[in-house]
Design a binder for this molecule. Structure first.
Ligand SMILES: [Zn+2]
Length: 97
C-alpha cells in the first residue's frame, strides 16, 4: 500500500511538472495565461504597443508572440527582435546570450 502511494505521488508530480511546462509554452505562444481576462489584457497591451495579434507572414494565420508581430514559426522574420535566429532547418532557435 505504501509503495502504491509513493508510485501515485511520483506520477502526480510528473504530471504536474508536464502541465507546468505545457502552460509555460502556451503562455509564450499566446502571450497570456489562458483566462479571458488575461487574454483581454494582453490584447489591450498589444494595441498600446502597436503590435498585431495575428502573424504578419501573409500566408500564416497563427497568433503572434508577445511584443512582436509574428508567430513562433515566423519570429525570425522580425528584424527588431534578437532572441531568435533561424537554424539550418529554417525553424527558429533561441540565440544563447
Ligand atoms: Zn506565422
Amino acid at each position: 500500500m505504501r509503495e502504491l502511494r509513493s508510485m501515485y505521488r511520483d506520477q502526480y508530480w510528473r504530471l504536474l511538472e508536464e502541465l507546468r511546462k505545457k502552460h509555460r509554452r502556451f503562455e509564450l505562444r499566446r502571450g497570456h495565461g489562458g483566462s479571458r481576462d488575461a487574454a483581454e489584457e494582453a490584447e489591450a497591451a498589444r494595441a498600446l504597443e502597436g503590435t498585431t495579434s495575428v502573424c504578419q507572414e501573409p500566408s500564416c494565420e497563427a497568433r503572434s508572440m508577445p511584443c512582436v508581430s509574428y508567430c513562433f514559426a515566423h519570429v525570425a522574420l522580425d528584424e527588431t527582435q534578437k532572441l531568435y535566429a533561424r537554424a539550418a532547418d529554417g525553424a527558429p532557435r533561441e540565440t544563447m546570450g
